[in-house]
Design a protein. Structure first.
Length: 201
């Protein structure tokens, strides 16, 4: 398997405390139902390489059902193939009015798009990043509660240095102790080297 393209199978498991209950047509308050398993990739089309209709058609033919987009316009490519995508938004500083406005405009253009599945924030942040990430996730939920904010966490074998925690906290993270920040609980979990995000397609 290529080092550049690592397959991550994202499993559906709703965290009711983290997201509104969605189901049926995605209307808040309806019963959530398990959809088909989420199958995506890492560092591939739309994430690190070119994205066009031909590439998205190849993804669909290969069995993928969740892709990556850098702009709301790229979501159109996925919609034409009956796929959904995570929109990469990064970690803008929402305390900066200009960055907050730019992000609000981006969400305004993307949140009603039928191909939008989630907003992708960052990969493997250390514990020091979580207060800022928690504020960003809360900000996003206020503006678009129907889509999750995805943060790819470190795997269970990450070192204390990578996690930016003491050995004791690292051990608690390895056995699945929840993040207890008063700002936000994470919307993702990662165990055994695979990530899981809440929801279904």
């Amino acid at each position: 398997m290529s080092k550049k393209i690592r397959v991550i199978v994202l499993c559906a498991s709703l965290m009711v405390s983290a997201l509104p209950v969605l189901g049926g047509e995605g209307k808040p308050g309806t019963e959530w139902k398990i959809g088909e398993p989420i199958v995506t990739y890492w560092a591939g089309p739309g994430c690190r390489t070119m994205l066009d209709d031909r590439t998205v058609a190849q993804l669909k033919a290969g069995g993928w059902n969740l892709g990556w987009a850098k702009t709301p316009e790229q979501l159109d490519l996925y919609e034409r193939q009956g796929m959904r995508a995570m929109l990469e938004i990064g970690t803008p500083d929402i305390s900066d009015p200009a960055q907050a406005k730019a992000l609000e405009d981006l969400i305004g253009r993307a949140r009603t798009h039928p191909a939008l599945y989630a907003y992708y924030l960052t990969d493997e942040p250390g514990s020091g990043a979580f207060p800022k990430l928690g504020k960003l996730v809360a900000w996003l939920r206020q503006r678009d509660p129907a889509h999750l904010a995805y943060i790819n966490l470190f795997p269970t074998y990450a070192t204390p240095e990578q996690l930016q925690v003491t050995d004791d906290a690292s051990e608690r993270a390895r056995v699945g102790t929840r993040w207890t920040s008063p700002v936000s609980r994470p919307t993702t979990r990662r165990r055994c080297g695979t990530a899981s995000i809440s929801g279904s397609l």
